[in-house]
Design a protein around this ligand. Structure first.
Ligand code: FPP
Length: 251
């Protein structure tokens, strides 16, 4: 009975979305893990572990819906300021996810990409990232971008330095620095800008996330803490997006 109920609930949810007007790219600030853990009297690490499960479920939901790109903020350039124990716990969750993703790659068939300054990560994580990116690069359908040691300002500086080097080497002139050339120098090169950015946990901040790419993104805020975010919440966010009138500066 529970199975039948779930089946019809799923069908109903999917029907409430206009499948012809889906956002191509959804980005999420996975916020609220610490408060969720505190609410249940658990250490912050338990909140990140629960958040990691929510990420897995959200990726599956995006794939089922036909979303092309999902980008998640897993670890910022500022998150190193957190206690060592918490940083290690997040890195362990990444290791665990990467190892599992590599193992289940042929059944999941999700393309994986990583945005951020990977030089700041430990060698074993970088090795897993390279393996995961290479082994999944031919999959079509959903691409999941995981932002690690990522900062929007850091990304812009990195792109500016790359373009400056190209000009100094004579490979391009300053006049050739267009929006397209700049976008192609970002960690997200080749990925369309996010249509919808979701921030759970009742915070209304950008927090250095996709600063260049979010120029015309639609934001969706919810009080739900990230570990409690589910498919129903995702559908609410998509429906809210579908109700917006996007003008990109026009009328
Ligand atoms: C923000 O919540 C969350 C983080 C800084 C870490 C997010 C990491 C994961 C969900 C796990 C690893 C990710 C993957 C992709 C496997 P917060 O701790 O700032 O929450 P708070 O504001 O309630 O304290």
């Amino acid at each position: 009975m529970a199975f039948l109920h779930q089946f019809f609930q799923k069908k109903h949810l999917k029907k409430s979305v206009d499948m012809t007007k889906l956002p191509r790219h959804i980005a999420i600030v996975m916020d609220g893990n610490g408060r969720w853990a505190k609410r249940y009297g658990m250490p912050r690490q338990a909140g990140h572990a629960a958040g990691s499960e929510t990420f897995r479920r959200t990726a599956i939901a995006c794939k089922e819906l036909g979303i092309e790109y999902l980008t998640v903020y897993a670890f910022s350039t500022e998150n190193w300021k957190r206690p060592q124990q918490e940083v290690s716990a997040i890195m362990d969750l990444l290791r665990q996810y990467l190892a599992e993703a590599i193992e289940k790659m042929s059944s999941d068939r999700v393309r994986l990409a990583f945005f951020g300054d990977l030089s700041g990560l430990s060698d074993d994580i970088v090795e897993l990232i390279v393996r995961a990116e290479e082994a999944s690069s031919h999959f079509e359908g959903l691409q999941v971008n995981i932002c690690i040691n990522y900062g929007g300002r850091d990304e812009i500086l990195h792109a500016a330095a790359q373009l400056a080097r190209s000009c100094m080497d004579g490979r391009m002139t300053p006049e050739e620095i267009s929006e397209e050339a700049f976008s192609s120098s970002l960690y997200s090169a080749g990925v369309p800008d996010p249509d919808l950015i979701i921030r759970p946990s009742g915070e209304y901040r950008v927090s250095n996330f996709l600063l260049w790419q979010s120029a015309y993104s639609e934001y969706y805020f919810t009080d739900v803490l990230w570990p409690d975010f589910d498919k129903q919440e995702l559908i609410h966010a998509i429906r809210a997006f579908q109700g917006r009138s996007r003008r990109f500066g026009g009328i």
